[in-house]
Design a binder for this molecule. Sequence first.
Ligand SMILES: O=C(O)C(=O)C[C@]1(C(=O)O)C=C[C@@H](O)C=C1
Length: 98
Amino acid sequence: MSDPTPQERLAALRSSIDNIDAALVHMLAERFRCTQEVGRLKADHDMPPSDPSREARQIERLRSLAEDAHLDPEFAEKWFNFVVAEVIRHHQHIASER
Ligand SMILES: O=C(O)C(=O)C[C@]1(C(=O)O)C=C[C@@H](O)C=C1
């Protein structure tokens, strides 16, 4: 059998990228389902929306995981901060409705 053409290689890689993007969306949705519950728990028990010491531990762990996985730790930290900012916004919204 002949080698795949560049177009075929591109199509195969794009197919994997589409699968990975779908998995990321599902994992993010699951994460937000959990954090929405955390938001309700915090609002019901007068706990503050953010927990900087927990975030610092999460960042340290994620940076180490990123290094092991050959992913830029700066990028991992930026991604985490982006997601957590949205979570805190959700927590504040839930608390404001109580
Ligand atoms: O663990 C919590 O207390 C959360 O509210 C969840 C979470 C997160 O998304 O991981 C979000 C905000 C906090 O500052 C820390 C962590």
